[in-house]
Design a protein around this ligand. Structure first.
Ligand SMILES: [Zn+2]
Length: 311
């Protein structure tokens, strides 16, 4: 009798362990099929490599389509513009020059991961401005205090000259999704500490829900916190440690999926990250800390639906 009882208890425990795997919502598969289409939603050039270089390479190796959309070109990173421009006063032009370099680096990184040239999309909206676009500036124009621009200033962008308004950002992201028809979208979790990342995740969630495809998203994280004591806690240790796992972050308690990579994928990820020269100059130890034995994706839905103005 006692034996039967323990068999039942064990079966119940096993079932509990399996429940997360049975939960609805996208999970990043270990294998892709040629008919799959993966879309990476990256707030800034370098996020695509940090979050998802392993999944990108594996999907491309399987013949799947991979597209990357960068919502901003990273034109608010003043310290970076000072360092790479060798000037204490980079100014608005210096920040635009940095953004142009960052877009070129992102193309090289994407190429190293096997992404086709026609599958990279730059939207060119303001770095450090995405959350404002989705709230106060959904219907009116926002001016970047970094570049002074109030419309997309980059000729390489999907819609050059588009006013910096949330509705235009949403329209451009929808256009990319319409062109790619992704079967899986990898976007930053709205629990990320960087406001652009949070906004990008909320926007991705909103447009996928509007398309009736909320289950096609899986979430990743890059910034756990800008505040002590968590700021320097993840990923730890800093620097290149390809032999170590990427442990789930100490905050942002989602059901993290540990997605293992092989050694070749790790080397490819490192090469993609190193393509971002302007970023490596100022924060190599942080960037290289993402080259680990696995990537992390969250398969739980968002804690709550974002509130955005009606279009
Ligand atoms: Zn970023």
């Amino acid at each position: 009798m006692a034996a039967a009882y323990w068999v039942i208890v064990r079966l119940a425990l096993l079932l509990l362990l399996w429940l997360p795997a049975l939960a609805p919502g996208a999970v990043v598969p270990a294998r892709f099929a040629p008919g799959d289409a993966l879309l990476i939603v990256a707030p800034h050039p370098d996020d695509e490599a940090l979050c998802c270089a392993g999944a990108i390479q594996r999907a491309r190796a399987a013949g799947a389509r991979v597209a990357i959309v960068w919502l901003t070109s990273g034109d608010a990173f003043e310290l970076d513009a000072m360092v790479v421009g060798r000037t204490p006063h980079p100014g608005k032009r210096g920040l635009e020059r940095l953004a142009i370099r960052r877009m070129a680096e992102a193309k090289v990184a994407a190429g190293r991961l096997g992404v086709q040239k026609e599958d990279v999309f730059f939207l060119g909206y303001p770095d450090r401005g995405l959350s404002r676009l989705l709230t106060d500036y959904y219907h009116r124009s926002y001016r970047s205090r970094y570049t002074g621009a109030d419309s997309v200033p980059y000729g390489d962008a999907l819609a050059p000259g588009a006013a910096y308004q949330g509705q235009n950002l949403e329209r451009d992201l929808l256009a990319v999704i319409g062109a790619v028809q992704p079967t899986l979208v990898l976007a930053p979790t709205p629990l990320d500490a960087h406001p652009d990342h949070r906004a990008a995740g909320e926007l991705a969630s909103r447009v996928l829900s509007a398309r009736g495809e909320p289950d096609r998203a899986a979430w990743w994280i890059v910034h756990v916190s800008h505040h002590e004591p968590f700021r320097h806690r993840w990923p730890t240790p800093r620097g290149l440690h390809p032999e170590l796992p990427l442990d789930p972050p100490p905050r942002a308690a989602l059901a993290w999926q540990v997605w293992p990579m092989d050694a070749a994928e790790e080397r490819g990820k490192e090469q993609a990250i190193r393509a971002h020269h302007t970023q490596m100059e100022v924060m190599a130890p942080f960037l290289l800390a993402f080259v680990r034995r696995n990537e992390l994706y969250a398969r739980e839905p968002l804690p709550e639906e974002p509130e955005l103005p009606a279009p």
